[in-house]
Write a protein that binds this ligand. Sequence first.
Ligand code: MF3
Ligand code: CO
Ligand code: CO
Length: 276
Amino acid sequence: MEDTRGRVTKDGIRIYQEADFAGMRAAGGIAAEILDMVGPLVKPGATTGEIDDFIREEIVRRGVTSATIGYKGYQHASCISVNHVVCHGIPGSKVPGRSNDVLQPGDILNIDVTVIVDGWFGDTSRMYVAGTPKPFAQRLINVTHEGLMRGISAVKPGNTFGDIGHAIQTHVEAARMSVVRDFCGHGLGRVFHAPPNVLHYGRAGSGPVLEEGMFFTIEPMVNLGRPETKVLADDWTAITRDKSLSAQYEHSVGVTATGCEIFTLSPAGKFFSPND
Ligand code: MF3
Ligand code: CO
Ligand code: CO
């Protein structure tokens, strides 16, 4: 889809107008609202395939569009990434290391949904738990969420993208966990993926300067072990090379005059407690 709104910076980052925030708010709100509904479905014995079916039906029921169905050949309304899957887990496919897609007690999983509403993209993901998590798994989830929120706290005009990455990396590494380097956040708006690459690590003061009207995601993936990943033969599923647990949270945000607006906040206040 062509995007001709506003202007583009020398780094190729589009600057949107005040009125465009309303479009992102609507799209982000619907993505978040759908994730709010998924919690009760996530339990031992449930399958990732049936969770994705539910998400697809909720998207259809609202008369909006899934951004992932048909995207580079992807066939599903969500990505569901269980345990050592870092991202892009395929719902209905075998959980890596398992013979089926059935959730087991203590599994942790990221569910990532992107919808298109009136041409605007809303992209968000959260962690869920089947049953009760092990303490180290809960700690990974907590640190990942805190990392995202620290990154968001660095979003304001005059700061840089490096400041965002630095805020996330220092928090994660202080907890003796690692930030995935192989995947990053991205600009979005009237398109799914646009410049810049939003790195979840980096040096303070490095990278493009943030300006009011930039729209992008922040979506850190954090591993309990080493940061390296590999993509399985299905060409989508990314796992940790050392098979350590991985977690991720994602918000879509817009830079305002004084800081940022989070477009994908949970209407029900569930973002960090999605199972409730
Ligand atoms: N929602 C993912 C992101 O955060 C992208 C998923 S693309 C898919 O950018 F094709 F794997 F669904
Ligand atoms: Co994204
Ligand atoms: Co996403």
